[in-house]
Design a protein around this ligand. Structure first.
Ligand SMILES: [Zn+2]
Length: 389
């Protein structure tokens, strides 16, 4: 047997502890008996892990529940106040900052809109304002770190921004340097779709076996593969640029400078553009698309239905390439409701090979308000769980 294949006793203990902490984050309160069942392990292991976690203060007693004919069972739960984490979501329209507790519960939330999509100075001023607001709220001794959800691609391991299609003024922005020089904190950086996926996997919403494809549909369009409930990262831990795959070589110009990208016809902003809603503030344009579509406006129906079909074909292409067990849809576009989702589903059925679509589960995970920001804020918490001794 290869040396690397041997699991040391300490590694097993560590993995059991991580699994327990992750499960506790998903649940509110739970008894030891329930933990034994859910983790499919023996009672002695759970008793040992719980005693150690209680002693370190990361979990706490949470009252008793009476059990039929026996002793009342003692519940335990994560102590949310054990540590905090900050999440910051960067977008071409806004910057949001949150402080979350260990359960991922939002304790502080601030969003500021950006007026100008070409003003790096304004962007950095607002980013500083949001960051200081979150840092001021936290007891620094309890702060685990800062997670940042960014847009654009990453040029290198340092995650310097590149190809920022919706905000060209941010080209070559080094987020890590900005945070380490200004606040003395090296942040954990993820792209927006991967942050969304971190939320989904953290809560165990996807299958824990096989391949799931998570599609995030909004101003940006992303696809993250999840293998056995875990995120599959591409180079530089980026989720890739599914939204800029070309679906019509002679199509309209995309913000990335090429023609016919999926985002150029099927994103929230491109639908508003096709409906010529240019007089409305950019961050309110998609609400107007939803309003018009819901009212059965003819032009809105045409644009939205065409976008849904294009998305369906793009998703079917991924299904035919990767043969997933499950497809999950989430994001702002799902505000368009069930008729929009059904067109996508029907189109996937139409274009995916029957052998691949026959047993495919295609689910609507909803709009996912706050999922990106919570998903990215939990990156420092995940790291702490991984290294918790
Ligand atoms: Zn593009």
């Amino acid at each position: 047997m290869d040396k690397a294949e041997i699991l040391k006793l300490n590694n097993i203990k560590k993995r059991n502890t991580i699994a327990t902490l992750k499960l506790l984050r998903r649940l509110d309160k739970v008894s030891r008996v329930e933990l034994v069942k859910l983790l499919n392990c023996d009672r002695a292991t759970i008793t040992r892990i719980i005693a150690s976690l209680l002693q370190k203060g990361i979990i706490k007693q949470a009252g008793n529940i009476s059990s039929e004919g026996g002793r009342p069972r003692e519940n335990i739960q994560l102590d949310g106040n054990f540590r905090y984490s900050i999440g910051i979501q960067l977008d071409a329209n806004f910057i949001t900052g949150v402080v979350v507790d260990l359960n991922g519960k939002i304790l502080k939330h601030k969003t500021l809109q950006l007026e100008d999509h070409n003003n790096r100075k304004e962007f950095l001023k607002i980013l500083d304002e949001i960051t200081v607001h979150c840092l001021d709220f936290c007891n620094r001794e309890k702060l685990l770190g800062i997670g940042i959800a960014a847009f654009g691609t990453f040029a290198n391991e340092n995650k310097t921004l590149e190809n920022v299609a919706d905000f060209h003024a941010l080209e070559n922005f080094n987020i890590s340097d900005f945070f380490s020089q200004k606040y003395g904190i090296i942040p954990e950086i993820s792209d927006t779709a991967t942050a969304h996926a971190n939320y989904i996997t953290g809560l165990g919403i996807c299958r824990n076996a096989g391949l799931s494809l998570l599609f995030c549909l909004g101003r940006g369009i992303g696809c993250v593969p999840l293998v056995d409930g875990k995120i599959t990262f591409c180079k530089y831990s980026h989720g890739g640029e599914f939204g800029h795959t070309i679906i019509n070589i002679d199509g309209v110009l995309c913000n990335c400078g090429r023609h016919g990208c999926l985002e150029a016809v099927a994103s929230s902003l491109s639908m508003a553009k096709q409906l010529q809603l240019n007089d409305i503030a950019e961050h309110q344009r998609f609400s107007e698309v939803v309003k018009l579509y819901t009212k059965n406006n003819h032009a809105a129906r045409k644009v939205v239905e065409s976008a849904a079909r294009t998305l369906g074909i793009a998703i079917a292409n991924q299904v035919n390439s990767l043969m997933p067990d499950e497809v999950l849809l989430t994001g702002e576009l799902l505000k368009l409701g069930n008729p929009f989702f059904e067109i996508i589903k029907k189109t996937v059925d139409e274009y995916a090979f029957p052998a691949f679509s026959r047993n495919l589960v295609l689910s609507n995970c909803g709009v996912g308000e706050n999922h990106v920001i919570i998903g990215v804020a939990t990156l420092p918490i995940d790291r702490m769980f991984q290294n918790f001794e």
